[in-house]
Every structure is written in structure tokens, then in C-alpha cells.
Design a protein around this ligand. Structure first.
Ligand SMILES: Cc1cc2nc3c(=O)[nH]c(=O)nc-3n(C[C@H](O)[C@H](O)[C@H](O)COP(=O)(O)O)c2cc1C
Length: 254
């Protein structure tokens, strides 16, 4: 089994780890290959990634535009925090346009990391209500049994998705700041960004214009030194099954 993943705070990587197999970071894959990418696996190939604004992260769109998958079983799992909107429909349509037909597409509700919309501290405190481990075990078993199932958005998701997709883009680079007494200038933020959008200037992070708002820099700062204007809590989250090293390996050198 080969699983391609995109992650900022580890939820999607934890799902990929639970299913198991050869795990490949999508930012790395896009960076290390010029032109078309061919992934072949006799057991199956999966894609795991977070929902962004009821839709697909840009890295996944870029991947679908360049990848050719040769496998008898193709699956996708979308992690999300509150409402996945129409993301599964967007995925199925975009993949189909790229000549990829999934056998299995499912969502899994996990901790929402989007600090500009939700209180992440409350998300972590109340995550038990989402029964994440049980749902993950169910999905993992369905994939193991090569189930065929395409999850479609329900009426609420369709309405919410319509709104989520039209959320005004925030001027993210200018909303970030660092607490000078907490920032050690370690540069971790520059290494977890999947877009290579941060660099250290005079020992402090500086954000370029290429921000995805993925939250990786904020949540993976070892000192909790990064602030965001409008953040709903001051709390950093990374999935327990995933280390800082995992995120650095997945997203650095891009
Ligand atoms: C920019 C951004 C947009 C998001 N949009 C949605 C959304 O539309 N619906 C939702 O339920 N969760 C949304 N989330 C939450 C993530 O999808 C969720 O926390 C995901 O599991 C994070 O995966 P990761 O830890 O692998 O990065 C968003 C998060 C970010 C950073």
C-alpha cells in the first residue's frame, strides 16, 4: 500500500500511519519530481489530506494535475474539524478530470486546527466527543477489506460548503507576529512550512506572500511564540501520533 499525504498538524499523517504502508509526503513528491509523477502499487494507492474551506488544499490540486496512479484500489481520506462541506464532491470531480477514479472516499472528523475560526484549546479538550479512534479503526478496516464507497455531502454540508468556499481570504502574512521573549530563533517554523514561505531575518521569522494558512508554523513552534491577529485561542496543537520530526520531514526542503 502506498499513501500520499499532506499535513500541517499531523491529523492526516496519523490516519496514513494507522492504515500503514509506504507513506509519501505530497509537498516532497511535488518538489522532488519535475513534470508527471507515476505512482504504482499492486496493493493500492491512497491520498490523505485536510479539508481547507470546504475544498482541497492547493498541494492536492497540484498533485492531481500531475499524478498517474496504477493500482487496483484507489482511495482518499479527508480529515476535517467541523463540517467538510462539498470537499468529497470536489475531490471526485477534480480526480475524474485528471483521469483518476477512486474506489473509496471517506471523511473523518478530527481536531480542528484552524485558529482563526475555532477555539483550538476547546477543540482539543472536547475531542473525545468525535470518537476519532473508533472512526479511524473503522476506516482502516474498510480500506483493508478494499471496500467500495464514495461519501457524498449531505444537505447541511452542501449549504455550509457553499459558504465555506466563499470565505474571504485573510491577509495572513500580515496577521502573523512573534512574541519576542518566547521566540528563540530556532527556525522550526521555516522547516514545517509546506510552501517554503518563511525565512529568518535577524533571527526572527518573516512570512512571504505565499501563505496557505495551513497553520503548521503556528502549531509546531516549540515555544508557542507565534501569534495570529484574530486567533480564537492561544493554544498549539499537534496530533499525538505525530512528532515534530515527522512534520519537518514531510514539509521541509520544499
Ligand atoms: C486553512 C484551513 C481551512 C480549514 N477549513 C476547514 C473546513 O472548511 N471545514 C472543516 O471542518 N475543517 C477545516 N479545517 C480544519 C482541518 O481540515 C482539520 O483540522 C484537519 O484535520 C487538519 O489536518 P492536518 O492536521 O493533517 O493538517 C481547516 C483548517 C485550515 C488550516
Amino acid at each position: 500500500m502506498t499513501i500520499l499525504f499532506f499535513t500541517a498538524t499531523g491529523n492526516s499523517l496519523s490516519v496514513a500511519k494507522t492504515i500503514g504502508g509506504k507513506l509519501i509526503s505530497i509537498p516532497r513528491l511535488l518538489h522532488d519530481n519535475s513534470g508527471d509523477i507515476h505512482i504504482a502499487d499492486d496493493e493500492g494507492v491512497g491520498i490523505v489530506f485536510p479539508v481547507y474551506f470546504g475544498n482541497l488544499p492547493n498541494h492536492v490540486r497540484l498533485l492531481l494535475g500531475r499524478v498517474r496512479i496504477s493500482a487496483p484500489y484507489k482511495f482518499a481520506i479527508l480529515t476535517y474539524g467541523e463540517l467538510a462541506g462539498r470537499a468529497t464532491s470536489h475531490l471526485v470531480r477534480t480526480a475524474r478530470e485528471a483521469g483518476i477514479e477512486f474506489n473509496y472516499v471517506r471523511t473523518i472528523k478530527m481536531v480542528d486546527n484552524n485558529f482563526s475560526i475555532v477555539n483550538v484549546e476547546k477543540q482539543v479538550r472536547t475531542q473525545g466527543r468525535k470518537h476519532i479512534a473508533e472512526h479511524m479503526a473503522g476506516i482502516s478496516e474498510e480500506v483493508r477489506q478494499r471496500c467500495s464507497l464514495i461519501e457524498r455531502p449531505n444537505i447541511i454540508d452542501r449549504i455550509v460548503g457553499f459558504v465555506e468556499e466563499r470565505m474571504p481570504a485573510e491577509d495572513a502574512p500580515r496577521r502573523f507576529s512573534v512574541e519576542p521573549d518566547k521566540c528563540m530563533g530556532c527556525g522550526t517554523c521555516t522547516r514545517v512550512c509546506p510552501n517554503g514561505n518563511l525565512r529568518l531575518i535577524d533571527g526572527k521569522p518573516s512570512w512571504g506572500e505565499n501563505c496557505l494558512k495551513c497553520t503548521a508554523c503556528y502549531h509546531n513552534c516549540p515555544h508557542g511564540a507565534i501569534r495570529y491577529k484574530g486567533e480564537k485561542s492561544r493554544y498549539t496543537f499537534r496530533n499525538d501520533a505525530v512528532s515534530l520530526g515527522d512534520i519537518i520531514y514531510a514539509n521541509s526542503n520544499v
